[in-house]
Design a protein around this ligand. Sequence first.
Ligand code: HEC
Length: 186
Amino acid sequence: MKNRFLLLLTVVFLLFSCKKSIQPEVYIEHIEKGNSVSSVAQAALLTKVAAAIETGGPAYAVEFCSLKASGITDSLNSVFNCTISRVSAKNRNMENSLASATDKQLWAIFENGTVADTVIQQGKNLVYYKPIRTAMPACLKCHGAPGTEIDSITVQKLQTLYPNDLAIGYKLNDFRGLWKIEFSAP
Ligand code: HEC
């Protein structure tokens, strides 16, 4: 308990000291950019996944939930000069783990649910983070309870493609992951 409190204190301090070095107008600009990039990426992904479920069911659609496979990131990355990813402590794709210490610190903050989104400075780059929730019942077709919400064909497909899958057992509106959008310094 005490340890958790100390961790939170450290994190809040870190965030505060990071934020201080970003000019307020630059901070706001990147909150806005991050917010629009993540909304566009989210909407594009949802459209593709919904269409694929319609075509061939969730097992078929599994491949369309990848940012890379969708090609969505490529176009947005070049327009906004950024690198889009999604990370999670309970990740499905190994590449989407919490890679840096900062990822882990921010995860702890967002888990407490007090912040909507944020921008932090990392070296010369600015990084935008925003929580992702299993906000739609459709998310549970691939992230819910195996065997019931996730049908057995999809369970098999997921096990084949992602043998170390941690991204199951979610309920509606659970904290699922973070958008992480890195803006390169001009
Ligand atoms: C058709 C199945 C399917 C549906 C529906 C689905 N996902 Fe996923 N999700 C996946 C797959 C497969 C991956 C791994 C993608 C990859 O390899 O990059 C994934 C990855 C993710 C990730 C990245 C972190 C990780 O675990 O690798 C997040 C965040 C995520 N999904 C959130 C959602 C949310 C929120 C919804 C509902 C709006 C949703 N997903 C609906 C199959 C699905």
